[in-house]
Write a protein that binds this ligand. Sequence first.
Ligand code: 13P
Length: 294
Amino acid sequence: MIASTSAMAAHAREHGYAVPAVNVLDDISLRAVVAAAVEASAPLIVQISVKTVKQLGTELTTTTFRLAAQDAPIPVALHLDHCPDRAVISDVVAAGWSSVLFDASDRDLADAERETCEVVAQAHAAGVDVESEIENIVGVEDGVGSDVALHAYSVEQLADIAKRTGVDLLAPQLGTAHGQYKARPVLLPDRVRRLAELVDIPIVLHGGTGLTAEDFHAFIAAGVSKINISTAVKMAYMKAAADHLDVARAKDKWDPPTMFRQIQGAVTEAIATHIEWFGATGHAAGALAAGVGR
Ligand code: 13P
């Protein structure tokens, strides 16, 4: 069933787990992550990067998602990941996606606040949730972002702006980064705790790939209720493809559907592990009963 991102995250917060928010690239990875969530009876947020939606087109992305999610026995939301581009936001809001991440971390504070208010008004009029990012989470994800921390604010500032803009989810800098870690990151679960005392909206952890089960548990205990995973999908996808191609080359046998199945299995396995780490297993029925559908 197609679901609300903020309602699922609120259910997760109340029940001490985090909803897996997984970036997909095509129908193979989409079906792989839905299969992992169905197998675990877990709620799921499917995320699409700006690069992917531009590549596939909004209509094909939306239709492919609907076909994969609408009859699934779990709640599934469709979320636009990191988007600084207002035209893409308008496009997916009109297409009825569950939520968008308006990434205003490249703007100065006054512009970030003003534009976030505009996006919230537009999205809410269409029943679409808004995740907000005004501090930049380090690392470049599908062409969006920066390796340098450009804007950083106090938790009090973040909480005040979240209240003034009326956003539904908040993505602060928590010591994590997108992509593979080159060194062990300094994680900031205390920052989540302090923010959760000041605002009553779900807090989102970005840069999930490479963290341990213990790291996730610490963040969830502090109040995180949506965790983003992208690089783990890309790694599982490409390594399965590479393994398949090694064998295909050696045997001189070329059968794309066999490779697609291998990729799908590898992505499902990678996400199954994260669902378990996030404590999301078995929560689909409870979330549906709590009315997270849209
Ligand atoms: P990773 O690529 O590090 O898993 O981060 C995903 C993310 O935060 C997407 O917004």
